[in-house]
Design a protein around this ligand. Structure first.
Ligand code: GAL
Length: 738
């Protein structure tokens, strides 16, 4: 256990604590800041959010409902509660809820009402971040792709079509929540909402003017919806009253709200960081995370949300980026599979207990700060009535310190804070981890017997078309598929010198992103791909052409649409050229503006090969291995037990996998993590580059298979492999933590 024993007998310790709480509660009632209770509603003052007349220190955690399954929700919420959370925070994912204009969807893992009700049932509150821009490493930052094609639209600025769509969706969500009675003002669990997301940096970039008008419009639109609970804008220093501006970051102890009468709220305390294919996997030591939270609380912060408390999985094609991985594990206290990550979860739980013991003093008194040494301080919250809580800090990243406070000596490890809920006994220190450590195992439990089906390079359907010049990919696909074929022909005369001297011409193809496979006369010539830092890519290679007509077919692949950046709706994907061929008798020829044939999506996609009925509509052959553009299918029975499951895809290249017709996401184990993975030391300021793992290995080799997607027998697994992998190496694995 992380809580140090109180140096009295058990019973005595308990009654001392009860006395402490009673004294503090009495002190709170006489506090000058107490606001008259407004009936069953949420308000705030400079100290805290006030729920039913009571100021609260609230511990919150992000769990994004579509990143797990409804079957997982009750357990995740219970684990959050057991971890000492009061609030569950989630974004609302517009593109999941309104896949086409006016057609709403609230089923499956988008059943927001069910999620919010489950949180209520568990006795927790909800912070609903409606956005509707969410960032979140989610495809297109949560915007539906059709929004991009609304005439005259410009995202996240003072633009009428955008504002109309944003207002309509925000109203829709508020009205769904209201009709279910889910706001706290109606007796529901939602105590707080959010409009926009981190608009401040963009507003600065745009330089005020229209951006400022938009931010102020967004705030007023939201407040006008009369939810009876406060709204926040995170990273938005000029959030207009009564909207509360809040902090996001690895540390937020230097943050203060823009008005003295607003509370200090931390909407995203990053528990680590997201992962992108090709990047290492970030971790954050719990000692540093706990230190950051304790720093915030001792400075007067009263709401902390862990982003993420459970990160989960980017199922299907929901990952943004581009290049965000399918796993959104985030090194969160509850791991991607729903298991406790120890000691992270346990250590934070221990801290939450200690903070809760301080709550009466924290919400009623202001801290007196005393210097105890060069790096050491005491933050003391003392009420006249006697209630007192102290935080003793040591900011020295290298050495521990013995400090004297109230005549007693305390040993404080480097880069840590001790919490004394009665100003005497240190019940918790952020760097002394008492919680148990768990060991995670992924144990193989079975392989598959495969059949395969080849995707041809030149199969065109009724929707294919021919056009002079190159086209932007998303304007063609509307992101309904990752794939767009670009095909053109080139006639090679018999007198070309290269046919005799063997010096094959060089094909160069420039693409705006994100990956491509080049085929010449049906034979694969090469694959290139970009990365999180530079989605653009160029293929350059000698190509084997013959005399007569040659087909150049390029499969351009999108890997998630951007979720952040200045007007990301204008960013292009696909082969925009130039496309050139060099080394012919006439030198270099430019193929960019010649005739190209386009095919949206794969044949296997239009045949719905990932479904039971679609997959039985074609003839499958014996499993071929290491062939590009190959569909594989296999049937399997659910492994016994109830441990979470995954597919170990290490033997594969890149593609997508489906279980019983549902996509478990894009896989890309062939993309090895580049970057530096030194050791990880909790001391000193953390950044997402500090504690990286998996350098030189697959960024992600395990892919979560939700148990609830399986039947006991006869499950269909379909895999589409782009590169050429070996499916006989795919394993089902069970995840256990001991
Ligand atoms: C924040 C953003 C979140 C998420 C996070 C990184 O800036 O608000 O939505 O993108 O960064 O994981």
């Amino acid at each position: 256990m992380g809580i140090e024993p109180i140096p009295v007998g058990r019973g005595q310790g308990r009654s001392a604590l009860l006395l402490l709480l009673a004294v503090a509660a009495a002190a709170m009632l006489s506090s000058p800041w107490l606001v008259t209770p407004v009936d069953a509603s949420v308000s705030y003052d400079r100290k805290a959010l006030i729920i039913n007349g009571r100021r609260r220190i609230l511990i919150s955690g992000s769990i994004h409902y579509p990143r797990s399954t409804p079957e997982m929700w009750p357990d995740l919420i219970q684990k959050a509660k057991d971890g000492g959370l009061d609030v569950i925070q989630t974004y609302v994912f517009w593109n999941g809820h309104e896949p086409s204009p006016g057609q709403y969807y609230f089923g499956g893992n988008y059943d927001l009402v069910r999620f919010v009700k489950l949180v209520k049932q568990a006795g927790l509150y909800v912070h609903l971040r409606i956005g509707p821009y969410v960032c979140a490493e989610w495809n297109f930052g949560g915007f539906p792709v059709w929004l991009k094609y609304v005439p005259g639209i410009s995202f996240r600025t003072d633009n009428e079509p955008f504002k109309a769509a944003m207002a309509k969706f925000t109203e829709k969500i508020v009205s769904v929540m209201k009709s279910e009675g889910l706001f706290e003002s109606q007796g529901g669990p939602i105590i707080l909402s959010q409009i926009e997301n981190e608009y401040g940096p963009l507003e600065d970039y745009y330089g005020g003017g229209v951006a400022k008008n938009y931010a102020s419009w967004a705030a007023h639109m939201a407040v006008g919806l009369n939810t009876g609970v406060p709204w926040v804008m995170c990273k938005q220093d000029d959030a207009p009253d009564p909207v509360i501006n809040t902090c996001n970051g690895f540390y937020c102890d230097n943050f203060s709200p823009n008005k003295p009468y607003k509370p200090t709220l931390w909407t995203e305390a990053w528990t680590a960081w997201y992962t992108a294919f090709g990047g290492p996997v970030p971790e954050r030591p719990v000692e540093d995370l706990a230190f950051a939270v304790a720093r915030f609380i001792q400075k007067g912060g009263s709401f902390v949300n862990y982003y993420m408390y459970h990160g989960g999985t980017n199922f299907g094609r929901t990952a943004g980026g581009p290049f965000i991985s399918t796993s959104y594990d985030y090194d969160a206290p509850i791991d991607e599979y729903g298991l406790l990550r120890q000691p992270k979860w346990g250590h934070l739980r221990d801290m939450h207990k200690a903070i809760k013991m301080c709550e009466p003093a924290l919400v009623s008194a202001d801290a007196t700060v005393t210097k105890l040494g060069n790096y050491e301080q005491a933050h003391v919250f003392r009420l006249k009535s006697g209630a007192c809580a102290a935080f003793l800090s040591n900011y020295n990243p290298k050495s521990s310190a013995i400090v004297t406070y109230n005549g007693k000596k305390y040993d404080i490890p480097p880069w840590s804070i001790s919490i004394l809920p009665d100003c005497k006994t240190a019940v918790f220190n952020t760097a002394r981890v008492g919680a148990q450590t768990s060991q995670v195992k992924m144990s193989p439990v079975g392989k598959f017997s495969w059949m395969s089906f080849s995707e041809e390079t030149n199969s065109l359907d009724d929707n294919s078309f021919t056009k002079n010049g190159l086209v932007e990919q998303i304007s063609m696909t509307w992101d309904r598929t990752d794939y767009l074929w670009y095909t053109t022909s080139i006639d090679i005369g018999r007198n070309e010198n290269f046919l005799k001297n063997g010096q094959n011409p060089v094909l160069t193809v420039m693409s705006a992103g994100h990956a491509m496979h080049v085929f010449i006369n049906g034979q694969k010539a090469g694959t290139v791909y970009g990365g999180l830092d530079s989605p653009k890519l160029t293929y350059t290679g000698n190509v084997k052409l013959w005399a007569g007509s040659n087909k150049i077919s390029i499969l351009s692949v999108a890997v998630g649409l951007p979720n952040v950046g200045n007007h990301f709706e204008t960013w292009n994907v696909g082969i925009l050229g130039p496309v050139t061929l060099e080394g012919l008798n006439e030198g270099r020829i430019d193929l960019t503006s010649q005739k190209w044939t386009y095919q949206i999506g794969l044949r296997g996609e239009s045949l719905n090969l990932h479904t039971i009925s679609g997959s039985s509509s074609v003839e499958w052959g014996g499993a071929s291995i290491n062939q590009p553009l190959t569909w594989y299918k296999a049937f399997f029975n659910a492994p016994a037990g109830n441990e979470p499951l995954a597919l170990d895809m290490s033997s594969m290249g890149k593609g997508e996998a489906w279980i019983n017709g549902q996509s478990i996401g894009r896989y890309w184990p062939a993309y090895k993590a580049y970057g530096s993975c030194g050791g990880c030391d909790y001391h000193g300021t953390y950044s997402e580059k500090k504690c990286q793992t998996k350098c030189g290995e697959s960024t992600q080799k395990w892919y979560h298979v939700p148990r609830s997607w399986l039947k006991p027998t006869g499950n269909l697994l379909v895999v589409f492999e782009e590169w050429g992998g070996n499916p006989t190496g795919i394993n089902v694995v069970k995840r256990t933590a001991i």
